[in-house]
Design a protein. Structure first.
Length: 90
């Protein structure tokens, strides 16, 4: 006698499908921009101490996904860093 296949295999979902990287994470929280909060320092090419926090050891501008800076402030930072480099402040 041949064994009957149960119909549950079609309805079962593997653990891999449940933990897909393409599904949104429910528990992710939004980090706030450190330069947009109240009392944050102004982004300026003369503020070398602030600009050095957003530049790597090699002199490259760190991406906003690492520094959690908003898109608007990231553009300001990039322009300020480039100006400071041009004037040999950094």
């Amino acid at each position: 006698m041949a064994k009957k296949q149960s119909g549950n295999k079609k309805n079962k979902q593997s653990n891999f499908a449940k933990l897909s990287i393409f599904q949104p994470n429910k528990y992710r929280f939004k980090k706030s921009c450190p330069l947009s909060v109240k009392g944050a320092p102004e982004v300026d090419y003369k503020n070398i101490r602030l600009l050095k926090k957003y530049v790597s050891e090699n002199g490259k501008i760190l991406p906003s996904r690492i520094t959690n800076v908003s898109q608007k402030k990231q553009r300001e930072l990039a322009i300020s860093i480039k100006r400071a480099r041009n004037l040999a402040l950094i």
